[in-house]
Every structure is written in structure tokens, then in C-alpha cells.
Design a protein around this ligand. Sequence first.
Ligand SMILES: *Cc1c(COP(=O)(O)O)cnc(C)c1O
Length: 469
Amino acid sequence: MDKMIEEDRMCERDYPVEPYKIKSVERIKRLSREQREKALKDAGYNMFSIPSEKVFIDLLTDSGTSAMSDNQWAGLMTGDESYAGSRNFFHFAETIQDITGFKHVIPTHQGRAAERILFTVTTREGNYVPNNIHFDTTRANLEIRGVECADLVQEKAYDPEADILFKGDMDIDKLENYIKDKKPENIPFVMITITNNSAGGQPVSLSNIRNVSKVCRKHNIPLYIDACRFAENAYFIKKHEPGYSGKSIPEIVKEIFSYADGATMSAKKDALVNMGGFIAVNDDGLAERLKNNLIISEGFATYGGLAGRDLEAVARGLREVLEEDYLEHRIGQVRYLWKLLSKEGIPLYAPPGGHAVYVLADRFLPHIPRHAYPAWALTVALYREAGIRTVGIGGVMFGKKDEKTGKETFPELELVRLAIPRRVYTLSHLNFIADAVIQTYKKRDQVKGVRIVHQAPHLRHFTACMEEI
Ligand SMILES: *Cc1c(COP(=O)(O)O)cnc(C)c1O
């Protein structure tokens, strides 16, 4: 190998070099400590209530926060805003057909709209739907229809220390037993989420997808993929699954989708755009029914709640996300931050996943009991320390209070997620984030627990007002 290239490779092993240069920048400001303190107080110590201009580095989510490329921005100018038959729709549909192999493509304004439409058409009350782990909007859109949801991910996914590959895999025995127990005729479809957002952004192996598909075919049950991070998942397969290192990312992606009957996707993740989504299916009759439902709330079948220019940006983003140097950098960033923190003894969910680093907040703050919400407290501490916004995924989000006894039960894991937006932050941002977390860890004894002052009956984490204890 050429010596230069070899040297390049060397440095890429140590840190993720950005495979892009910056053409346009967005100013971010660091408030003073007093200003941050005031912002916290004004926001009721809730990260969702802090105006983004008061945030220095925003790790709240990787959803809709990607930086678009010059090629995508250029595509916006080619937007054809015709009500019906926009040229950008054809580009959008052809791209998705080519990448996934599915026959019909239905645009929606985001992932949850795709879910609602698919579930409205395919499910009825009393049905059962298994997934590795249902994402919250997926679960909500099923439960609202009276469908019972089951999370059949392998048990190890709930063990933050199990440092194993493909932790997002579904447990095939559990799936077989579940189908036997609930009867195939009551299961309108099986879903599998790649990567598994709700537990560490962990990938699912191709052999697992193949085996899930085999079980589904045996019982004549359709399989749909929740495909939000399909390219990130494909990268893990190429890197770590035996037999795939010689395959290209598009080949792996094609194989993933070949085992399914359709997919829903939030384009706000792996399509590298700020808004959008779609449903893709093979069945002609189903596609017809989906389109009929789409028209009621999202729009005509060739725009589905999106502008022509948005469809163009999705089409272009879906090509860019398959570039291997992009994925190597993307997954490399997450791994890099994970390693910096892990080296300093910060308790983390292992191994690093695709889109975020997850801190085990209850171990980070062992002096704060679960009922004083350590994950939430840590989000407050990180903002206070450095103006970094993160999200607590733990007791406030998933805790359930028994109305009679007043006793609260908590989810297994108490996590703070540091989600990394795509193509937004540089290596020095990651270093800054790591330093802030390490700094906070050194003075963790000073971090206080929180109590809820005011909360909404559902999804309370979005609007709750808190105070420090
Ligand atoms: C984001 C997400 C969704 C929902 O998509 P929205 O665009 O936010 O509506 C569904 N499933 C998974 C796995 C997601 O990450």
C-alpha cells in the first residue's frame, strides 16, 4: 500500500477525521455560569424547556438535527412544488426502491406518521405485535389502537455491562413462544428496529434478521423493519459480522430489506434531513390502502406532507448515508467519545452503539436515590457545568406511580443519553464534551437530586417542572 494512505489509515484509527470540510457555519454561544444558572431556573430544570440559543452543545437528540450537505442544499432549489406528480417524488421513490428493493413508496412528514398509517390499516383491537424493543412512538401508535406490544430483545440488552456484539438481536425462542401463545392470526406483523434505539442504539445482526424472517414466513406473518438507522446498522454488520467484510454497504442494506415485507422510516435519522419519513411495502393491495389513508391526514400520495424540495433532500441524503467513509466517521465519533469517557472510569452502557453514548446515571451519582431521579439530575449538572444539553432516559421518562399506594416503580436502566447529531460537531467538540463529563464526575458529590413540582398526565418528561433537593 502507498505509504501516505497507510499513514492516513493510522490516524483514522486513533480519532475520527471528518470526511468533509465546512462550507457554512452556525454560531454557537457559551453563556456565563450565572446565565446558565438563570436559564436552568427559568426552565424549571427541564432540558426541553431551555431555548436552544442558550445551549452550547446540543446532544438532546440525533433526530432531525443532521447537517445537510451542499449537494442536498442544492437539491432544495430543484424542488418541484406541484400538487401531484412532482419530479422530486419520482426521484425519492426510485431512490428508496433502489436502496431497499421494496415496490411501493409512500412519503410521510415523519416516522410516527408512517407508523400511524401502517398500523391503522393493518391492526385491530386485541392484536399483538412483537418487536426487539418498540420505540416509544411505535408503542404509542399501537397501544392507542388497543394492540398489545411485546419487547422480545435478547435478555443481555438489559445488562449494561454485557459487552457483546449485536446486542439489539431479537430472542428467536421468545418470538417462537410468543407466536405460539398469541396465535399467528392475532399477530398482524412482527417488527424489528434497526438499530435498537431504546437500548443503547445497538445493532441487529443480519443472521438474526434472517432468522426472524424465517419464523415469520413459517407462520405467514409479515415482517416490517423500523428502519430509522438502517445504514448505521449495516456498517456494524460489515465491520463485525462474519462473512460481510467484503460486501459493500448498499449490498448489505439490500440483503437486510430482502427479508422483510416493508419498512417505516423517520428520515430525520439516516436520511440526513431535518424532516421527513416514509413507508415502503411490496404488497399492491396494502399500498393502495395506505395511500387512501395517507390522503386523509398527510396529503396526496406524491408528497405525503412534505414539500417537493424536502423529498429531494431525502433522496440525496439516502445516497450520502451509504458512503462508507461517512459511516466510518459517524460510528467512529460515537466510539471515540465512548472511549474517552470509559478511560476515565465513567460508568457507560457497553459497547458503544450507533448514534449516542449512554451514561449509567445511577452509578455516576450513587448518592442520589432513584426517586430523586439521578439521570435527570445529571442532565442539569452537565448543562450547569458546560452548557451541554442531554436527555435523561430513566425514572422521569418511564417511572410509573401506583395511584393507590403512591409508590413509584422505575425502569431497569437510568440513563443519560449523549446523542451525536450527524455531521454537526467536530473532534474538538467531542473533546470538550468529554472534559465536561469528566469534570462533572470529579465533583459528582455536589450534584443534587430533583423532585417534580408539576407534571402532565402523559409523557411528563417533556413539560415537567422540577426543583433541586
Ligand atoms: C425517531 C424514531 C421513530 C419516530 O420517528 P419521528 O420522525 O420522530 O416521528 C420511530 N422509530 C425509531 C426507532 C426512531 O428512532
